[in-house]
Ligand binder design. Structure first.
Ligand code: HPA
Length: 237
């Protein structure tokens, strides 16, 4: 295809599976490849954004990092959907809880994404864009979580543009009033890119900290809780 390799992915045609699991962190991508995939091959390493394709229970699966924030996941998901023939992208990340009902380690599935970002302006629509996840992927994730005995909470999430927000502009109380479950920084762009490409996306998020209580997961716990979410994603890939 004329567009590949792309400016950000130096892989040949056919290098990616139909489904790509997408953590934010390149080292997580490598951890998944090392621990879950058989015959994993490094298919991308431009800017250290590691992408691997291998086998999980006889199924071909890819994993590649998104980097942090909507501009970054916007680039990688666009190129995978539009130039590499990828059908499904499952984000596997962390989020900060807004809902007092969420505990650290819970897994949230983002049904829809709010945002304070201008990412959607590129589509030229004068109203409000309200991207949502793929229903088949969400439904499969809920079933897989039940089987694995993991508590999974579906609902709206918010993808924000700034991790460190200035106090007077803190939107936490408004989002809580609107029953938004948690905040992260990527799903909105991923869901819009999937919608525009006619493809499928899902964000699975482990609650790593709480904006309600101020608690956060210790580093070693992050690895084990991440593993449970990973297994859900691999089952539905
Ligand atoms: N914002 C706040 N807390 C978080 C985030 C975020 O984007 N990601 C993980 N915890």
């Amino acid at each position: 295809m004329a567009n590949i390799p792309t400016p950000h992915i130096n892989a040949p045609e056919g290098a990616f599976a139909r489904t790509v699991l997408m953590p934010g962190d390149p080292l997580r991508a490598r951890y998944i490849a090392d621990n879950y995939l058989e015959n994993a091959v490094l298919v991308n390493n431009v800017r250290g954004v590691q992408g691997y394709t291998g086998d999980y229970k006889g199924k071909k699966v890819s994993v590649m990092a998104s980097g942090m924030g909507m501009p970054s996941i916007g680039i990688y998901s666009y190129e995978l959907f539009n130039f590499y023939g990828v059908e499904n992208i499952i984000r596997v990340g962390t989020a900060g809880a807004l809902s007092p009902k969420l505990q650290l380690r819970d897994v949230v599935v983002g049904m829809s994404a709010y945002t304070d970002s201008n990412y959607g302006a590129q589509f030229g629509y004068k109203g409000t864009l309200s991207p949502c996840c793929s229903y088949p992927l969400m439904s499969a994730a809920i079933q897989a979580a039940d089987k694995l005995g993991v508590n999974i909470v579906p609902g709206p999430i918010c993808s924000h543009d700034s991790f460190y927000t200035q106090g007077e502009y803190n939107s936490t109380p408004i989002l809580q009033k609107l029953s938004v479950l948690c905040v992260e920084m990527e799903a909105y762009a991923l869901y819009l890119n999937a919608a525009a490409a006619g493809k499928n996306a899902l964000a699975l998020l482990t609650i790593s900290d709480s904006l309600v209580t101020g608690e956060s997961l210790p580093a070693e716990d992050r690895q084990t809780t991440f593993t449970r979410m990973m297994e859900i994603a691999l089952e539905i890939a």
